[in-house]
Design a binder for this molecule. Structure first.
Ligand code: ADP
Ligand code: ZN
Length: 758
């Protein structure tokens, strides 16, 4: 009999078998959604497999599939088998993985959009608007001679503009010329321009019209990298590359060329970036090159828009998708290339549900799809470096900045133990940084000041008992935020409270605000440099589109000093920034995590990379109390290779990744004692597995997590470590059978290749 294996979107590890009734024979296939009875209700599931076999149990117990929702698979075969492999790699329930990968509408809703709704009624479609495109007519030169003298004012200016850019749109021209529409009409009447209609997605990333660009001629290094990628794509090689290019070396241009090669070969491309909300500028560059048929996947998409976008990707109408982590699951048709920009970035790791790493999994997807993968970074992860050394990634290098005049910035380290601030100046700005800011202001150039703490004061301390005001639900200090009248905020659970009048422990009215956050830094800078225009960029002032408007002001020259958290470090190309100040480098070194030095190094190099990207030389000043820290010393010399070498040595000695495989079992619950007991039970189960007994896997813990309480739940960890992946997996399989003994409200989750050790 015909049996379908169906994944149900619930966190259970196994698919379920359903009978295919005769009426549905031939209409049920892998990747299609079906409605079936699951427990007391009808649930939407995804068919994984269809097989003709005898069930291993009582046939009469086998329930039939109720309704087949799709005529075509919503998940193409390539994507479906990739998702199954991903689920297996992370020991994650397939239902959970599918839930992540399928846009909400597709997984929960049977009332799919009718073709009628998707396609037009009076030319209106979901998620798109129409714009008029303008380009110079083929015989414009001739027409121009004939129309000599008839053109004046804006029409003439628009015509000049069009000679310099291959294609633009009326909205774009209207940004410059108020009566662009009339001018274009006139030019069209004279046969000087050709007009066309185009659909543009109605998303914030497409709000501004962009001109099509003329690709620049490549630098020698860019050319070499491009040729390697183009050859691999043309030859349909299944190869993966690391594009190691210093900040400002023009990695994006290489991606664009590779994508063009991919499109020319009739295949699609997928681009993953750390935070799509922070990269409208990057999206603009993609649109300038490929037009508006680029799918931008972001969390602000409405369900219907996403549904339409998915459909257009699936049927190949749109061939380029760009987005953050979850874009890994975009159903790009005939996938030929995956780009992971800033591959070292921690945000590629999903920290909830199925805890996958989008960079690692992009290699897997590319491999299975027969596509080329490119991981790009100025500060490659040690994982990527090891893959290069073992020959799994081919290395491509861009050792210099793309602009001929832009050298890497000069880096100066200021030892705060020895060098203080200017008399009368703000206490947290050392004299050298103070002077550098003054000089930058005098030269009418821009400064970025980086501080990795948002809020006004990171802690509230009692001067009587020495206690710190903590979150009621988490084991962390509350941060004082001055905005909105002043309040205490937990950065982990968003718990908010008023600033107490007295210490919660000793009741004495002796509380004081300690430490420095971006809010306080901003006001200190405003006071110290009253003539300067100061702006701030962190999660409190800016999320998504707002962040872009702050950056837009910086680009427009409307800001002299930009104060911010790591939001200012991420890849922005701000040509007039010549000074970058790191207020306090030390916080990053002291995280309880074996990757602390690597992260600190990457952060320092990235933030330094914002300085002097154009023709003016840049300076970076790093303030620290630990001037000998290796992450700092190597960053100051822009010595990425040297740092990697040293850090690899340390990891090898201590047997940490990439020389070992880790898995973390995270156990949490509301009752400390019971949760710890459950964690002990898990550690015991793991310790009894054969791979542990054979000495192939080490078990450490249970131990309280560094963040020992979060949102009212106590947290414990058991760490597994092995040289090889296989024995580690076999121990984790041993655990899965014991997981059943963990009962709510206690939870246990497996985190394979953990990134966040907190
Ligand atoms: P990266 O991503 O490596 O940090 P970008 O791609 O942002 O660098 O490029 C840095 C700057 O150099 C950008 O302003 C970009 O337009 C410019 N650029 C890139 N390639 C070239 C080139 N071949 N010729 C001239 N300018 C270039
Ligand atoms: Zn909290």
């Amino acid at each position: 009999m015909l049996i379908a294996e169906v994944a149900i979107p619930v966190p259970l590890g196994h698919p379920f078998s359903y009978a295919i009734p005769a009426a549905l024979e031939g209409r049920v296939g892998p990747g299609m959604r079906v409605l079936c009875q699951f427990g007391p209700r009808q649930t939407l599931g995804v068919v994984l497999d269809v097989a003709d076999r005898e069930p291993s149990f009582d046939k009469s117990k086998l329930k039939p599939i109720g309704v087949v929702v799709d005529e075509e698979p919503v998940l193409p075969g390539e994507l479906l088998s990739f998702l199954r492999e991903l689920a297996s790699y992370y020991l994650a329930p397939i239902g959970e993985v599918l839930r992540m990968a399928l846009p909400a509408l597709e997984r929960t809703q049977v009332k799919t959009l009718s073709a009628h709704e998707v396609a037009s009624i009076k030319g209106r479609k979901i998620g798109v608007r129409q714009v008029t495109m303008v380009r110079l007519a083929a015989d414009a030169a001739q027409a121009r001679t004939q129309s000599n003298g008839k053109l004046r004012g804006q029409a003439l200016e628009v015509l000049e503009y069009l000679t310099a850019c291959p294609e633009t749109s009326v909205p774009r021209l209207e940004q410059r010329w108020k009566s662009a529409r009339q001018a274009v009409k006139k030019l069209a009447q004279l046969g000087l321009v050709e007009l066309g209609r185009r659909e543009v997605p109605s998303s914030p990333f497409f709000a501004e019209a962009v001109d099509r660009d003329v690709p620049p001629s490549l630098t020698v290094a860019q050319e070499r990298a491009t040729v390697a990628l183009r050859d691999a794509i043309a030859a349909r090689e299944v190869r993966s590359f690391l594009l190691f290019g210093v900040t400002g070396s023009g990695k994006t241009e290489v991606y664009l060329r590779a994508i063009a090669a991919c499109l020319a070969a009739g295949r699609g491309a997928l681009v993953l970036v750390p935070e799509i909300a922070l990269t409208p500028q990057l999206v603009g560059r993609f649109r300038a090159r490929f037009g508006d048929d680029v799918a931008v996947i972001h969390s602000g998409l409405k369900e219907k828009e996403r549904h339409v976008m998915w459909r257009r990707l699936r049927n190949g109408a749109v061939q380029v998708a760009i987005g953050a982590r979850s874009a890994l699951f975009a159903p790009v048709k005939n996938l030929g290339l995956i780009v992971v920009d800033e591959e070292h970035d921690g945000s590629f790791k999903q920290e909830e549900g199925a805890r996958y790493h989008a960079r690692d999994m992009s290699l897997l997807r590319a491999h299975r799809a027969g596509a080329v993968a490119v991981l790009g970074s100025a500060t490659p992860s040690l994982e990527a470096e090891m893959l290069c050394r073992s020959g799994k990634l081919a290395r491509l290098e861009l050792p210099e900045r793309a602009h001929a005049a832009a050298a890497l910035p000069k880096v100066e380290i200021v030892d705060l133990k020895r060098i203080g601030s200017l008399p009368g100046g703000p206490p947290l700005i050392s004299a050298p940084l103070h002077r550098a800011i003054e000089q930058t202001l005098a030269a009418r150039e821009q400064t970025i000041l980086f501080l990795n703490r948002r809020g006004f004061a990171p802690s509230v301390v009692c001067n009587a008992c020495g206690g710190i005001v903590r979150c009621r639900l988490c084991s962390v200090a509350l941060t004082f935020h001055r905005a909105a009248g002043g309040r205490l905020l937990c950065h982990y659970c968003d718990f908010v409270s008023a600033l107490p009048k007295a210490c919660p422990s000793c009741q004495k009215p002796a509380l004081s605000l300690e430490g420095l956050g971006t809010e306080k830094l901003e006001s200190a800078i405003e006071e110290a440099f009253p003539e300067a225009k100061v702006a701030r960029l962190d999660r409190d002032v800016a999320s998504g589109a707002k962040a872009e408007s702050v950056l837009e002001r910086v680009r427009a020259g409307d800001v002299d000093i930009l104060v911010g958290t790591q939001m200012v470090t991420k890849g922005h190309d701000l040509p007039r920034v010549t000074l970058v100040g790191v207020i306090n480098a030390d916080a990053a070194f002291s995280m309880p995590d074996y990757r602390a030095a690597e992260r600190a190094f990457q952060m320092l190099v990235q933030v330094a990379g914002r300085a002097g990207r154009s023709d003016r030389p840049g300076t970076v000043i790093i303030q620290t109390r630990d001037p000998e820290h290796p992450a700092l010393r190597f960053a100051a010399r822009h010595d990425v290779g040297g740092f990697i070498e040293r850090e690899l040595e340390a990891r090898r000695e201590l047997l940490y990744p990439p020389f070992a495989r880790l898995a973390l079992v995270r156990i949490d619950g509301p009752d400390e004692r019971r949760t710890e007991a459950a964690a002990r039970e898990i550690a015991r189960t793991l310790s009894a597995t054969s791979a542990v007994l054979a000495g192939q896997v080490q078990v450490r813990g249970p131990a309280p997590a560094p963040l020992s309480r979060l949102r009212g739940r106590y947290r414990f960890q058991v760490l597994l470590r092995a040289k090889e992946r296989r024995p580690l997996r076999s121990s984790l399989f041993g655990l899965r059978s014991a997981e059943g003994r963990i009962a709510p409200p206690i939870r246990a989750v497996i985190d394979v290749d953990p990134v966040q050790m907190m």
